[in-house]
Design a protein around this ligand. Structure first.
Ligand code: MG
Length: 156
Protein backbone atom coordinates (compact mmCIF):
# COMPACT_ATOMS: atom_id res chain seq x y z
CA UNK A 1 0.00 0.00 0.00
CA UNK A 2 1.21 3.52 -0.81
CA UNK A 3 -0.03 6.95 0.28
CA UNK A 4 0.23 10.21 -1.69
CA UNK A 5 -0.47 13.83 -0.82
CA UNK A 6 -1.19 16.60 -3.32
CA UNK A 7 -1.80 20.32 -2.94
CA UNK A 8 -2.74 23.02 -5.45
CA UNK A 9 -3.96 26.60 -5.43
CA UNK A 10 -5.20 28.82 -8.26
CA UNK A 11 -6.27 32.45 -8.30
CA UNK A 12 -9.99 33.26 -8.85
CA UNK A 13 -10.52 35.75 -11.69
CA UNK A 14 -13.43 37.18 -13.70
CA UNK A 15 -14.21 35.68 -17.08
CA UNK A 16 -13.02 32.12 -16.50
CA UNK A 17 -15.16 29.00 -15.97
CA UNK A 18 -15.03 27.44 -12.49
CA UNK A 19 -14.23 23.74 -12.90
CA UNK A 20 -13.82 21.72 -9.69
CA UNK A 21 -13.25 17.98 -9.71
CA UNK A 22 -14.15 17.98 -13.40
CA UNK A 23 -17.57 19.57 -12.72
CA UNK A 24 -18.55 23.02 -14.03
CA UNK A 25 -19.81 25.12 -11.09
CA UNK A 26 -21.77 28.29 -11.97
CA UNK A 27 -19.83 31.29 -10.67
CA UNK A 28 -18.96 34.86 -11.66
CA UNK A 29 -15.28 33.97 -11.19
CA UNK A 30 -13.21 31.00 -12.33
CA UNK A 31 -9.69 29.75 -11.81
CA UNK A 32 -6.76 31.25 -13.65
CA UNK A 33 -4.27 28.88 -15.23
CA UNK A 34 -2.81 27.41 -18.38
CA UNK A 35 -5.15 24.38 -18.46
CA UNK A 36 -8.74 24.58 -17.12
CA UNK A 37 -7.01 25.21 -13.74
CA UNK A 38 -9.06 22.59 -11.85
CA UNK A 39 -7.33 22.68 -8.43
CA UNK A 40 -8.99 19.46 -7.28
CA UNK A 41 -7.80 17.42 -10.26
CA UNK A 42 -4.33 19.01 -10.16
CA UNK A 43 -3.91 18.13 -6.47
CA UNK A 44 -5.30 14.65 -7.20
CA UNK A 45 -2.79 14.18 -10.04
CA UNK A 46 0.08 15.19 -7.74
CA UNK A 47 -1.15 12.84 -5.01
CA UNK A 48 -1.27 9.94 -7.49
CA UNK A 49 2.18 10.74 -8.89
CA UNK A 50 3.67 11.25 -5.42
CA UNK A 51 2.35 7.94 -4.12
CA UNK A 52 4.05 6.22 -7.06
CA UNK A 53 7.35 8.05 -6.49
CA UNK A 54 6.99 9.87 -9.83
CA UNK A 55 7.85 13.54 -10.58
CA UNK A 56 5.16 16.18 -9.99
CA UNK A 57 2.48 17.46 -12.38
CA UNK A 58 4.48 20.55 -13.41
CA UNK A 59 7.47 18.42 -14.37
CA UNK A 60 5.53 15.85 -16.39
CA UNK A 61 3.06 18.34 -17.96
CA UNK A 62 4.92 21.70 -18.13
CA UNK A 63 2.64 24.76 -18.40
CA UNK A 64 5.02 26.17 -21.01
CA UNK A 65 3.84 23.47 -23.42
CA UNK A 66 1.02 24.79 -25.65
CA UNK A 67 -0.56 21.33 -25.92
CA UNK A 68 -1.83 21.72 -22.32
CA UNK A 69 -3.44 25.14 -22.96
CA UNK A 70 -7.07 25.16 -21.70
CA UNK A 71 -6.92 21.36 -21.54
CA UNK A 72 -9.45 19.52 -19.37
CA UNK A 73 -7.57 18.43 -16.26
CA UNK A 74 -9.10 14.95 -16.40
CA UNK A 75 -6.37 14.38 -18.99
CA UNK A 76 -3.66 14.77 -16.27
CA UNK A 77 -5.44 12.32 -13.97
CA UNK A 78 -5.82 9.77 -16.78
CA UNK A 79 -2.15 10.13 -17.74
CA UNK A 80 -1.09 9.72 -14.10
CA UNK A 81 -3.23 6.55 -13.88
CA UNK A 82 -1.56 5.23 -17.02
CA UNK A 83 1.90 5.81 -15.45
CA UNK A 84 0.73 4.08 -12.24
CA UNK A 85 -0.53 1.11 -14.21
CA UNK A 86 2.91 0.76 -15.82
CA UNK A 87 4.30 0.46 -12.26
CA UNK A 88 1.67 -2.13 -11.31
CA UNK A 89 -0.25 0.28 -9.07
CA UNK A 90 -3.92 1.30 -8.91
CA UNK A 91 -5.91 3.82 -6.86
CA UNK A 92 -7.83 2.43 -3.91
CA UNK A 93 -9.13 5.42 -1.98
CA UNK A 94 -9.06 9.21 -2.14
CA UNK A 95 -9.90 12.05 0.24
CA UNK A 96 -10.22 15.70 -0.82
CA UNK A 97 -10.39 19.00 1.04
CA UNK A 98 -11.32 21.98 -1.13
CA UNK A 99 -11.10 25.51 0.31
CA UNK A 100 -12.84 28.53 -1.19
CA UNK A 101 -15.24 31.15 0.05
CA UNK A 102 -17.86 31.09 -2.71
CA UNK A 103 -19.87 29.82 -4.45
CA UNK A 104 -21.30 27.24 -2.06
CA UNK A 105 -20.07 23.83 -3.17
CA UNK A 106 -22.58 21.68 -1.22
CA UNK A 107 -25.07 21.43 -4.15
CA UNK A 108 -22.28 20.01 -6.35
CA UNK A 109 -20.69 17.72 -3.77
CA UNK A 110 -22.25 14.46 -4.94
CA UNK A 111 -21.65 15.23 -8.61
CA UNK A 112 -17.97 15.91 -7.88
CA UNK A 113 -17.68 12.73 -5.78
CA UNK A 114 -19.18 10.55 -8.50
CA UNK A 115 -16.99 12.16 -11.15
CA UNK A 116 -13.87 11.48 -9.06
CA UNK A 117 -14.98 7.87 -8.51
CA UNK A 118 -15.56 7.45 -12.24
CA UNK A 119 -12.21 8.99 -13.18
CA UNK A 120 -10.33 6.79 -10.72
CA UNK A 121 -12.38 3.64 -11.37
CA UNK A 122 -13.19 3.16 -7.67
CA UNK A 123 -16.51 2.98 -5.76
CA UNK A 124 -17.96 6.28 -4.51
CA UNK A 125 -17.80 5.01 -0.93
CA UNK A 126 -13.99 5.27 -1.21
CA UNK A 127 -14.14 8.93 -2.28
CA UNK A 128 -14.18 11.59 0.45
CA UNK A 129 -14.89 15.21 -0.46
CA UNK A 130 -15.17 18.21 1.86
CA UNK A 131 -15.54 21.85 0.87
CA UNK A 132 -14.51 24.39 3.49
CA UNK A 133 -14.48 28.18 3.62
CA UNK A 134 -11.85 30.47 5.11
CA UNK A 135 -14.48 31.86 7.55
CA UNK A 136 -14.36 35.17 5.67
CA UNK A 137 -10.75 35.73 6.71
CA UNK A 138 -9.54 36.68 3.28
CA UNK A 139 -7.85 34.59 0.63
CA UNK A 140 -10.87 32.32 0.03
CA UNK A 141 -12.32 35.20 -2.03
CA UNK A 142 -9.19 35.38 -4.17
CA UNK A 143 -8.22 31.77 -4.69
CA UNK A 144 -9.27 28.15 -4.36
CA UNK A 145 -7.00 25.53 -2.85
CA UNK A 146 -7.23 21.75 -2.62
CA UNK A 147 -5.49 19.08 -0.57
CA UNK A 148 -5.85 15.46 -1.70
CA UNK A 149 -4.62 12.20 -0.20
CA UNK A 150 -4.72 8.92 -2.08
CA UNK A 151 -4.05 5.32 -1.21
CA UNK A 152 -2.70 3.06 -3.95
CA UNK A 153 -2.60 -0.71 -3.97
CA UNK A 154 -0.60 -3.18 -6.01
CA UNK A 155 -2.26 -4.61 -9.06
CA UNK A 156 -3.07 -2.89 -12.36
MG1 MG B 1 -2.57 23.71 -10.83
Amino acid sequence: MRVGLGFDLHRLVEGRPLILGGVAVPSSKGLQGHSDADVVLHALTDALLGAAGLPDIGTIFPDTDPIYKDRESAYFVKEALRLLKEKGLRPWQVDVVLVLERPKIAPFREKIRSNLAWLLGIPEERVGFKAKTTEGLGWGEEAAAAWVTVVLKDGA
